[in-house]
Design a binder for this molecule. Sequence first.
Ligand code: ADP
Ligand code: ZN
Length: 212
Amino acid sequence: MRIVIFGPQGAGKGTQAARIAEKYGIPAISTGEIFRWAIKGQTSLGLKAAEYVEHGRLVPDSVTIGVVGERLEAEDARDGWILDGFPRNIEQADALEQQLGDKGLALDAALVIEVPEEVSVERIVRRRVCSECGRNYSVVSPPAVDWTCDACGGEVVERTDDHDEAALRERLRLYHEQTEPLKAYYERKGLLRQVDGMGTTDEVFSAIVEVL
Ligand code: ADP
Ligand code: ZN
């Protein structure tokens, strides 16, 4: 199974990608996570990506496409994956299609999770995330013990790009401008699967399994 998942900030992509990965036994690959790790570790990729991520802009395609291309070559990605946060524009979608095509492979589905903009903003404001494993929480469903991650014990914090209002506005703007056109793009290819992101995590997950 080779799937891409997209949707506005706070739609629940990361949470659902993790569940899909578990169900189908494939890795969930998040470009946002890759960049946050690189920034934390101050790698050369992190140094390149930092100012873009901080301001909610897209990391340049020349960087991002290379990073994803390499990640998809890894052993664990051989039999499938779910890509969370990539592609985010038409250029990236074309690059992915070409990389797959070169190997005689193709996408199985492009999932989009829809939520209204107000809900998106509300969820982002409440979101908290494990600084070690990336697991998502919120102020209304915090970890069991004192803001330490249930899964790994890491510190659960607010993402700096969620905390920064200008960065959040820019991310939403770029979603509408650059990423939303992917709906028509994948629709034309017969790959688009739309799911309503309102409802509980379980309800959204069931809807996803159904459309897949
Ligand atoms: P969100 O969807 O909530 O904005 P992500 O974790 O998916 O969060 O991405 C965080 C940031 O990482 C983005 O704002 C952007 O700076 C960078 N990023 C992630 N994926 C891409 C991509 N495909 N192309 C360019 N930049 C990306
Ligand atoms: Zn954790």
